[in-house]
Ligand binder design. Structure first.
Ligand SMILES: Nc1nc2c(ncn2[C@@H]2O[C@H](COP(=O)(O)OP(=O)(O)OP(=O)(O)O)[C@@H](O)[C@H]2O)c(=O)[nH]1
Length: 618
């Protein structure tokens, strides 16, 4: 397994828009052609590389996985290291990280859909890294596949030579052999020699309950052996390598890893923070220059995560730390709320990322949690300093000429939307309703056909896309639009007209509920205020007294509903003879009382928080 000189190693990745078939192609290559995994072990429809429960349930890849395969060609034995990457825009950080271990990439495009927003962004990431790109059209088994039109798109968008485009069906296996052959022929082998000092790139890590941190490494030079004593360039800490192995695609221990190889190591790293992604590892007494590493992931969306049972905080915090080891892009900070107790404020790359993290905490760590509404990081400029505010409760509630606040800047993104021409008008309306600027468009197909696709670009405030933008985009385009965005820095809110971004608080019986605070743009204050006040009115149980529910900006009340008083007699309406039912009702009431949160003097059941916060995220 380990006797592979560099020239027979190929490190490659599959990059594509979401759902274009990366995982299916990866599995097909692993299962059918190389015999790496006996088919009978896995169900016919189960994807081998999508290992997480959340991935199997949602049919998406959120975590890049690695698989090594042996491929025979021209009487030679090749070692192909395939790194499967996620397709959704929220996980593009995983994509660029995986590509650092590769020399080539398969650009997979669904031949029934053509080039989509994410195909464009991943193509550019791979191109910038100087990777050899092999264009592959997938889903050729479907009658609506249109390979000649999509090949023309690839040519006009990326300057790809049509003769180089491969056509396959990952589902049936047709053409997959030719893809592996192209990997061997077109992608160059990694460089590096066994005679150089050890230089290994740590590009991913995960946590194992028994062995501690397991790091995925790409050997750039030298040899990594079990028993080696290594040093981390980032921390200077020393470790003994207790195990080295390859992902085949399950872990298989080997005696050593050679230049070009991708594999895992265990070295008694106990803390998640020790495995620094992008770190360079070398032998003790044989220092090397550290590699440039990776751009740190930039959190775009923040939310508070609180345990339902406040006494579970320590356990929750530990679970979060463990999980961030397999998802290094999440940032963590402690936070406390009067309504929800002690919790953590986490930073995510997007709302899908946030949702997936929540589900993983629930699935893999059995956590029972409440997640507050997503917020983007604002820059608040005071006379003397600038502060990034990622929690609505920290947003200044003072404004006006005498205020210390000099200005507020909000994060912007450059958005690209690919859509059939007939939906262009709807997409423009949607973008304008979300404060779009610099709107532009271009045709992806040469000549205008009935199904011509258009790429629309514009700048949008990030806060406008973290709520229901994606749902709106899909529903207004009958599901045809695809969307991608990249960071476009900060932009000042309109100062001539006064500050336009505010903190909105919700008051129950005159008391603010900190966990429900929002930062909003002035143009939507009435709409949002009214919507959420109505929602709160619906979910808060009536109390023994009248409760005003208000949305406020500073001291100004923007919306109000009043919850009428009620005498809580849960047994009313149950007539004599129903003794058992009566008892059950009283017991239920006792149970739900136990789970009540007291906000001011208003009892709020946990479920009400769940209801409000889950609907708000949509
Ligand atoms: N008909 C047909 N369907 C395919 C083919 N390849 C993939 N699919 C289907 O397309 C859907 C998406 O495939 P995946 O392999 O999960 O796509 P992916 O690109 O890995 O998606 P993400 O991991 O979410 O980025 C699944 O329902 C597959 O069964 C193909 O060649 N033909």
């Amino acid at each position: 397994m380990t006797e592979f000189p560099c020239e027979v190693i190929r490190n490659f990745s599959i990059i594509a828009h979401i759902d274009h078939g990366k995982s299916t192609l990866a599995d097909r290559s692993v299962q059918l052609l190389t015999g790496t995994i006996p088919r009978k072990v896995f169900g016919a429809n189960q994807q081998v590389l999508d290992k997480l429960k959340v991935e199997r349930e949602r049919g998406i890849t959120v975590k890049a996985q690695t698989a090594s395969m042996i491929y025979h060609s021209n009487r030679k034995k090749y070692l192909l290291n395939l790194i499967d990457t996620p397709g959704h825009v929220d996980f593009s950080w995983e994509v660029s990280r995986s590509l650092a271990a590769c020399q080539g990439a398969l650009l997979l495009v669904d031949a029934t859909q053509g080039v989509q927003a994410q195909s464009i962004s991943v193509f550019h990431i791979a191109k910038e890294r100087g990777l050899e790109i092999i264009p592959v059209l997938n889903k050729l088994d479907m009658p609506i596949a249109d390979p000649s039109r999509i090949t023309a798109q690839l040519q006009s968008m990326f300057g790809i030579n049509p003769a180089e485009v491969l056509q396959i069906s990952a589902k049936t296996g047709r053409g997959v052999e030719a893809v592996l052959q192209a990997v061997v022929e077109r992608i160059s082998p990694p460089s590096g020699s066994v005679h150089e000092p050890l230089k290994a790139l740590l590009f991913d890590s995960q946590y194992d309950r028994y062995r501690g941190v397991i790091s995925l490494v790409n050997i750039k030079g030298g040899v990594m052996r079990k028993g080696d004593r290594i040093v981390s360039c980032h921390t200077g800490k020393k470790y003994d390598v207790t195990e080295v192995g390859v992902m085949y695609p399950e872990e298989i221990p080997v005696t050593h890893l050679q230049p070009g190889q991708v594999g895992y190591i265990a070295c008694n790293m106990k803390e998640s923070t020790e495995a620094h992604v992008g770190d360079t590892l070398h032998q003790v007494n044989a220092p090397v220059d550290p590699m440039p590493g990776f751009q740190p992931a930039k959190a775009m969306v923040y939310a508070g995560v609180f345990p339902v049972d406040t006494s579970d905080f320590i356990k929750l915090e530990e679970s979060i730390r463990r999980l961030t080891l397999t998802d290094r892009s999440v940032t963590i900070q402690r936070e406390s709320s009067t309504a929800l107790g002690q919790g953590c404020r986490l930073g995510f790359l997007g709302t899908l990322h946030m949702d997936v993290f929540r589900q993983r905490l629930e699935d893999e760590y059995d956590a029972n949690i409440i997640v507050t509404a997503p917020t983007v990081p604002y820059k608040v400029i005071y006379r003397d300093q600038t502060v990034i505010v990622s929690n609505p409760t920290d947003f200044p509630d003072e404004w006006g000429p005498a205020s210390r606040v000099h200005g507020v800047q909000e994060p912007m993104v450059k958005a690209s939307i690919v859509v059939p021409e007939e939906y262009l008008g709807d997409m423009m309306d949607l973008c304008f309703s979300r404060r779009a600027d610099n709107l532009d468009h271009r045709y992806l197909d040469s000549g205008t056909s009935a199904s011509a696709r258009v790429m629309l670009t514009c700048t949008l405030p990030l806060s406008e896309i973290v709520t229901d933008f994606f749902d709106q985009l899909k529903s207004r385009s009958s599901g045809y639009a695809s969307f991608d965005y990249e960071d476009a820095g900060y932009k000042a809110s309109d100062l001539l007209l006064g500050l336009r971004i505010f903190q909105m608080t919700f008051l129950l019986n005159g008391k603010p509920v900190d966990a429900l605070a929002l930062v909003i743009h002035r143009s939507v204050e009435h709409k949002i205020g009214r919507t959420w006040v109505r929602k709160l009115h619906k979910v808060i149980p009536r109390q023994l007294f009248e409760v005003p529910i208000q949305a406020a900006i500073g001291k100004r009340i923007v919306a109000r509903e009043t919850l009428a008083a009620m005498r809580a007699d849960v047994t009313a309406g149950l007539y004599g003879g129903h003794y058992e039912r009566k008892l059950k009702h009283l017991e239920n009431q006792k149970e739900s009382k136990r789970r009540m949160k007291k906000i001011g003097n208003v009892d709020l059941p946990q479920d009400a928080f769940f209801d409000i916060l889950s609907t708000r995220a949509k």
